[in-house]
Design a protein around this ligand. Structure first.
Ligand code: BTN
Length: 224
């Protein structure tokens, strides 16, 4: 169970997050965020999603209370043809927060095994630990950035090649501290989401992917 009072005390007034909604159970945090018409800089958190969504109409399954499933709703004044930088931004800085967490907490592993897989999956040793679903209401520049991060769940359906952070640490991971770390990393770097700095975001993202040295045809297939 998340400690919502602690999360509010740690984030409100201290980061860009100005409102937090927390649900024991909800269909999807992205769906809820989309319905918040006039609110910006919102964080929607769920212990369990009955209809968690992945990219390409896939499902995102996550055991209750074990992982992080949340959506950030935020306005970005970005041209529609530049919105892939929102993807590069969130996938890179989520990657960076996880990388730091592993450096601080993981035992006998190399953080070199952490990679971003095009466009925004985060894999450790080729196993998926996190996925991002970005949806938008373009005429309003409203973006719903939905993040699923496997943290304390130990077993996954065999058809998925997935893992959790706990597979690489000795102890159960504190979900509150990890969430606060992720939001702080996103908050600290938000100034990079500016046209003049897009190249920097792209370079950071590219350096962290598993694409280097491979040929790939990049098709912009985000759900944005
Ligand atoms: C993917 O890998 O296909 C993207 C998965 C995104 C899952 C997150 S969990 C929080 C948010 N709410 C959803 O319904 N989906 C995203």
């Amino acid at each position: 169970m998340l400690d919502i009072d602690f999360i509010r005390d740690s984030l409100l007034g201290k980061t860009f997050i100005s409102a937090i909604y927390h649900f024991d159970e909800i269909d999807s945090t992205n769906n809820y965020a989309k319905k918040l018409k006039d609110e910006d800089n919102v964080l929607v958190l769920a212990e369990y999603q009955s209809g968690g969504k992945g990219r390409f109409d896939r499902k995102w399954d996550s055991e209750k209370g074990m992982n992080l499933t949340f959506t950030i709703k935020k306005k970005f004044n970005i041209n529609a043809n530049q919105n892939s930088y929102i993807n590069f931004y969130f996938s890179y800085f989520l990657y960076e927060a996880i990388w730091t967490f592993l450096e601080e907490n993981a035992k006998n592993i190399s953080t070199d095994l952490l990679k971003i897989k095009w466009p925004n999956d985060i894999l450790f040793d080729s196993k998926k630990i996190s996925g991002i679903l970005i949806e938008s209401v373009l005429n309003k520049n409203d973006y719903m950035i939905g993040i699923g991060l496997n943290v304390n769940q130990k077993k996954f359906n065999d058809k998925f090649i997935a893992a959790s952070l706990i597979n690489y640490t000795n102890d159960k991971v504190d979900l509150n501290a990890l969430l606060i770390k992720i939001i702080n990393v996103l908050d600290k770097n938000l100034h990079l989401l500016d046209e003049a700095k897009f190249d920097k975001i792209y370079e950071l993202w590219k350096k962290s992917t598993d694409m280097i040295g491979k040929n790939a045809e990049f098709v912009i297939d985000l759900e944005i």
